[in-house]
Design a protein around this ligand. Structure first.
Ligand SMILES: Cc1cc2nc3c(=O)[nH]c(=O)nc-3n(C[C@H](O)[C@H](O)[C@H](O)COP(=O)(O)OP(=O)(O)OC[C@H]3O[C@@H](n4cnc5c(N)ncnc54)[C@H](O)[C@@H]3O)c2cc1C
Ligand code: SF4
Length: 335
């Protein structure tokens, strides 16, 4: 690891000012939440900043606020464990996505904002020995190389799968992400926060240099139903081979405003729009969930070594839909 200067701001304004000052001085700087992902990259020489701006000890944007509307605002520094504990009954999709990620030790430290901004796990990207398209090289090495854990949707340019489980749930829940820079802040729909490689090959999100996430807002409309399910290689902690989050409003027994989002399958949390259209306005049952699971594969373009993911994606979509309707889905509940 290259040595770096550690900056400990006293406020979020100081944090964004420190990042802006570094940029102005031509000094490379990175923000740090708990560091469970960032420090790995520093150790692997995937990243070698001159400064690290440590957000972890800031006291604001570190709790969950309930709003009179029934929605919540989740501070950027809230840990995955806290989200899983506190929001289990309000937003099972988000709580289970956080509960299913990593290990208890990591979840107790890892922040929600850090989870959304973590960089891809593609082994070519992580290894200092390869210079692929995402690191300024000329080609995607995974497409013709080792791609068993890579994308089966939207993989034309770069075939990463976005690593954030919370992101899958937040897109399904149509959450909004509030940011801060020295120039003020803005609020983005979660779906617009994640950007495809065709829009920006060097980043997976819409944050500008020096821009930080401060809050994540989630509404809770009347009759909200949601669920998250994950298929992994081993029962102990593991990254998903396929995961999905589903959210909809129950109105007179039928599903309205259906959002079905697939994870671990595309460079961004991937909305299965054909499946959403199929389920919209209907009562969810086993037969409909099976048809939607099939529709969720529309547009898939598996690579040489990852076609095995197709039945997994279909299975996880079917199970998540059933779980969201509180029907048996054949899997054990999280937690
Ligand atoms: C063994 C293992 C298994 C894992 N399994 C899963 C899994 O199944 N699902 C899953 O989703 N994750 C998984 N993870 C990843 C884990 O969830 C992340 O490492 C963690 O959420 C990152 O949070 P952090 O606070 O430590 O972020 P950091 O490491 O501090 O930061 C990560 C990135 O986010 C940026 N960042 C941090 N805070 C902000 C902010 N407020 N605004 C803007 N940018 C910010 C940093 O600059 C950095 O680029 C796993 C990790 C490990 C080690
Ligand atoms: S999938 Fe993306 S990160 Fe991985 S080798 Fe291809 S361009 Fe690089």
């Amino acid at each position: 690891m290259k040595s770096f200067e550690r900056v400990q701001p006293q406020s979020w304004d100081e944090a964004v000012a420190a990042l802006a000052a570094a940029k102005k001085a031509g000094v490379s700087a990175e923000a740090k939440g708990a560091g469970t992902e960032l420090v790995d990259r520093l150790k692997e020489y995937n990243l070698a900043p001159d400064r690290v701006v440590d957000l972890r000890r800031l006291t604001s944007h570190s709790s969950i606020q309930r709003r009179p509307s029934g929605g919540v605002s989740i501070g950027a520094l809230v840990t995955l464990s806290t989200v899983a504990d506190v929001l289990k009954s309000d937003f099972p999709a988000l709580a289970d996505a956080c509960l299913g990620a990593a290990t208890p030790q990591i979840r107790n430290a890892a922040t929600l904002a850090g989870n959304l901004c973590q960089r891809p796990r593609c082994w070519y990207f992580r290894s200092s020995e390869f210079q692929c398209l995402k690191k300024g090289g000329v080609e995607c090495l995974a497409k013709s190389g080792e791609n068993e854990f890579h994308a089966i949707f939207g993989n034309d340019t770069c075939a990463i799968v976005h690593p954030s489980a919370a992101g899958v749930a937040l897109v399904a829940l149509d959450a909004r992400i509030e940011t801060l820079t020295t120039g003020g802040g803005r609020t983005l729909a979660a779906a617009d926060f994640f950007v495809r490689p065709e829009a920006d090959i060097l980043s997976e999100n819409a944050l500008k240099p020096g821009e930080l996430i401060v809050e994540i807002h989630v509404e809770r409309p009347q009759g909200l139903r949601s669920a998250y399910r994950k298929i992994k290689q081993k029962q102990a902690f593991d990254w998903p081979l396929a995961d999905a989050a589903v959210a909809w409003r129950e109105e007179g027994g039928i599903a309205k405003d259906v959002r079905i989002v697939i994870g671990s399958a595309a460079p961004v949390p991937w909305r299965a729009k054909a499946a959403e259209a199929l389920v919209e306005g209907k009562k969810i049952d086993g037969a409909l969930a099976a048809r939607a699971a099939h529709a969720a594969l529309e547009g898939a373009t598996p690579l040489g070594k990852n076609a095995y993911k197709l039945p997994m994606v279909a299975a996880v979509v079917r199970r998540t839909l059933l779980a969201s309707a509180r029907l048996p889905d054949g899997t054990e509940a999280f937690g």
